[in-house]
Design a protein around this ligand. Structure first.
Ligand code: NAP
Ligand code: MG
Length: 484
């Protein structure tokens, strides 16, 4: 397969066809492992967004809206088949565009995409209302209608997977979608849009509009005919979206950042904990909203944890994401690499010590060595702010109360982990940790069947599971007067 010839120019996908943007403006998407241009991508502007939203509205009022829910589910299963057939291409494309190791995409992202699609396909005809016997003179019941046109805005860290977390439940509920992928990773979203057309989805059900957040994303959020915005990204943009969505009181779901604590007690299996702590922060080059970026180690095992984690960091194979042996790829962009390197400088100036990594790797591509900071204090910036890179901070704690105070002491509450063999402590911590997910004696797994999300600066609302069905439906009460 010659990707370079097939992806040289990537147009918008609106109303079932690939179209040039009204402005005729294109931007480059790069391969972060080499810095080379992969493709020229159409930049959606407000006019393109208007057309995409109109197309999504027409599909909602037309073929898609009138389809049997079970048939929507069957189409979703067909899309899963097309994705499975095209998986090698999708994996390669995702890796080239984002720098994620192919091995990780094959093991994790692609199966999660298929699992998500299949799970929600099965839900399409099970979105039931309830008969509520409120009165003797009426038949009163609820139905759950599609919320309408959904604007889905996604980040660059899991383009395929997070895209599907939004598309699949929205389609199962009978909504139509305008998807704005992150500007630096637009390629697989466009391909998924094409596969949906090949699978037989009516035109307009899924439109894909790459472009800049401040232009295309903002136009989608401002659009009076978009009913719901489902957003994953940073707290800064999340706040902006909330303000803009006030215009027509759009429904909004926000999945934002984190600075999650992974707490290790001496009675835990320390080797297993350190292994998981390593993948908890270095997986996807640390560009994970729920990354276990703060490793809290009890003072009795602090030195052991630091030493073993540093050894793990040093043993990682950083390199070309297309090689099967690579365990960590580059950061997604030069901007992101600089941000991470800046934070490493900040940590050093704050007085923490680098015990592994701490620098760029090579001078081509955006690689940073897996980095471990020891001697980290709770109030340092590297321990409070989301770095979104392969930088672990190891913080010492004295006892349970100290651990809880530190763990809950940031503006985020997305996820947390606790490692202990003490059953009482397990339950005390699962109760007291402020987080949407608490992992016990493991770190990081997610499953589409379980609600996912956070509170405070980590956003609000939950995706996954049945929670996502609530996100994309609007309840309606029907009151039929029957007389007595
Ligand atoms: P970001 O800058 O917030 O961007 C996310 C998306 O929003 C991109 O598509 C972006 O477009 C778009 N956008 C930017 N400004 C916008 C605006 N004014 N109106 C509408 N859309 C706009 O975040 P990121 O840097 O891509 O991703 C990293 C962040 O995402 C981290 O904070 C991370 O924790 C969070 N995250 C959270 C989860 C979760 O499930 N909680 C999962 C993954 C990532 P451009 O690409 O053009 O900027
Ligand atoms: Mg790219």
């Amino acid at each position: 397969m010659n990707l370079h010839s097939t992806i040289a120019t990537q147009n918008l996908l609106i109303d079932g066809v690939r179209v040039a943007p009204r402005s005729d403006r294109y931007f480059d998407t790069l391969n972060p492992a080499t810095g080379e241009v992969l493709a020229h991508v159409a930049e959606a502007g407000p006019e393109d967004i208007d057309i995409a939203v109109a197309s999504a509205r027409a599909a909602l009022d037309g073929d898609w809206g009138n389809m049997r829910p079970a048939d929507r589910g069957y189409l979703m299963l067909k899309l899963a088949d097309r994705i499975r057939e095209a998986q090698d291409e999708l994996i390669e494309l995702e890796s080239l565009d984002s720098g994620k190791p192919v091995s990780a995409i094959r093991r994790q992202d692609l199966p999660a995409v298929l699992d998500t699609l299949t799970y929600y396909a099965g839900m399409a005809d099970k979105i039931n209302g309830t008969v509520v016997p409120a009165r003797p003179d009426a038949l009163t019941y609820t139905v759950r209608e599609p919320i309408g046109v959904v604007g889905a805005i996604i980040p660059w860290n899991f383009p395929l997977m997070i895209g599907m977390w939004k598309i699949a439940p929205a389609l199962a509920c009978g909504c139509t979608v305008v998807l704005k992928p992150a500007e630096i990773t637009p390629l697989t979203a466009l391909r998924i849009g094409e596969l949906a057309i090949e699978a037989g989805f009516p035109i307009g059900v899924l439109n894909v509009v790459p472009g800049f957040g401040k232009v295309a994303g903002q136009a989608l959020v401002d659009h009076p005919d978009v009913d719901k915005v489902s957003f994953t990204g940073s707290p800064v943009v999340g706040r902006q979206i909330l303000r803009s969505a006030a215009g027509n009181l759009k429904r909004v779901t926000l999945e934002l950042g984190g600075k999650s604590a992974n707490i290790i007690f001496p009675d835990a299996d320390v080797d297993a904990a350190v292994r998981a702590a390593g993948s908890g922060i270095f997986f996807n080059t640390g560009q994970v909203c729920s990354a276990g970026s703060r490793i809290l180690a009890h003072e009795a095992i602090y030195d052991e944890v630091v030493e073993k984690l540093a050894a793990r960091a040093k043993s990682m194979r950083v390199g070309n994401p297309t090689e099967a042996s690579t365990s960590m790829g580059p950061l997604v962009s030069e901007v992101q690499m600089k941000r991470v390197l800046d934070y490493i400088d900040i940590g050093i100036k704050e007085g923490a010590s680098v015990v592994a990594g701490g620098e760029r790797v090579g001078d081509t591509g955006y690689f940073v060595a897996p980095t471990v900071f020891a001697g980290v204090e709770h109030d340092m910036r590297i321990s409070q702010e989301e770095i979104f890179g392969p930088v672990a901070t190891v913080i010492k704690f004295r006892d349970d109360d100290d651990a809880l105070r530190i763990a809950n002491g940031t503006v985020y509450s997305l996820a947390a982990g606790v490692w202990t063999a003490d059953i009482n402590r397990v339950h005390r911590f699962t109760r007291k940790l402020k987080a949407g997910t608490v992992w016990v004696n493991t770190y990081g797994p997610t499953d589409i069947r379980l609600p996912w999300g956070g509170a405070r600066d980590s956003g609000f609302g939950r995706e996954h599971g049945e929670a996502a069905i609530d996100n994309f439906t609007e309840p309606k009460v029907v009151w039929v007067n029957t007389g007595r």
